[in-house]
Design a protein around this ligand. Structure first.
Ligand code: GAR
Length: 276
């Protein structure tokens, strides 16, 4: 039996600069870090952070949200990208898209986010300016679990940053970002601790990493892949795809029912008109 501790297979989602992603990747180089960074996903093809991911030979995928009609279609594409990687933890790091229950339920308790405020204070955007305007003595940052309500999941770890007289929103953002870069890896260690027992049970029954199938959109590691309309297929992570499939079946069923009712009503109205 191997003594090597299990590392959580982790995907990082970014939309822009990706400095938190970089901090996590650097932390993951440490042999005792409990997560491996297996995938970087961005909704933005121009995200600055993608360059770092590619330079570091981490598989990257771009799923441009604008290519999808609905949030659910976008998230189904995301799930399709993740499935073959058997991802166990998702770290949102400056990922500026709200996720719906469709996606969140597929990775319940396994999606975390970093937010630049002392949650539950200042959810949403423009957090440092709002803290300044309110005359707060502190701003800060929080890593929290992601639930469908924005910035509302349980806080895993947070740290204060003192607001000084000459601070502006920009200086606070810079000071806070430096704190974020330490806070996020520390929070991942805590989450990994919580998940470790469950993960052991899961992996003892799962396929080995070597048996992982390649995603149909994957060309090479270290390159960037565009996923325009990937289907969700039954790859490694059966639980996720089952949830998506049942969801899609439900959506199709309700759509068919809706149109059937409309057609039957139209026929009845026509018959009534002819009769009269
Ligand atoms: C970070 O400050 C992060 O806390 C914030 O965006 C920045 C991303 O920077 N996230 C949010 O506001 C999420 N609500 P990065 O791309 O350099 O990591």
């Amino acid at each position: 039996m191997s003594d090597t501790p299990h590392k959580l297979r982790t995907a990082i989602f970014i939309s822009g600069r990706g400095s938190n992603m970089k901090a996590i990747v650097e932390a993951a180089r440490s042999p005792d870090f409990p997560a491996s960074i297996d995938l970087i996903v961005s909704n933005n093809p121009d995200a600055e952070g993608l360059k770092f991911a590619k330079l570091n030979n981490i598989p990257t995928y771009v799923v441009p949200h604008g290519n999808y009609e609905t949030r659910e279609d976008f998230e189904t594409a995301l799930l399709g990208v993740l499935a073959p990687y058997e991802i166990e933890l998702i770290c949102l790091a400056g990922f500026m898209r709200l996720l719906t229950p469709l996606f969140i339920s597929a990775y319940a308790g396994r999606i975390i986010n970093i937010h630049p405020s002392l949650l539950p204070l200042y959810k949403g955007t423009n957090t440092h300016q709002r803290a300044l305007d309110a005359g707060e003595a502190y701003t800060g940052c929080s890593v929290h679990y992601v639930i469908p309500e924005m910035d509302a999941g349980d806080v895993i770890l947070q740290e204060k940053v003192v607001i000084e007289d000459n601070d502006t929103a920009d200086t606070l953002a810079t000071k806070t970002l430096a704190v974020e870069h330490k806070l996020y890896p520390a929070a991942i260690r805590i989450v990994a601790d919580h998940l470790s027992q469950y993960t052991h049970e899961e992996t003892s029954n799962a396929e080995t990493t070597a048996q992982l199938k390649k995603h149909p959109f994957e060309k090479s590691h270290g390159g960037s892949h565009m996923a325009n309309a990937p289907e969700t297929k039954s790859h490694g992570n059966i639980k996720d795809t089952e949830i998506v499939n049942s969801w899609m079946m439900w959506v199709r069923f309700t759509t068919v029912m809706k149109y059937s009712v409309i057609i039957i009503a139209a026929i009845l109205i026509l018959m009534a008109l002819v009769w009269l």
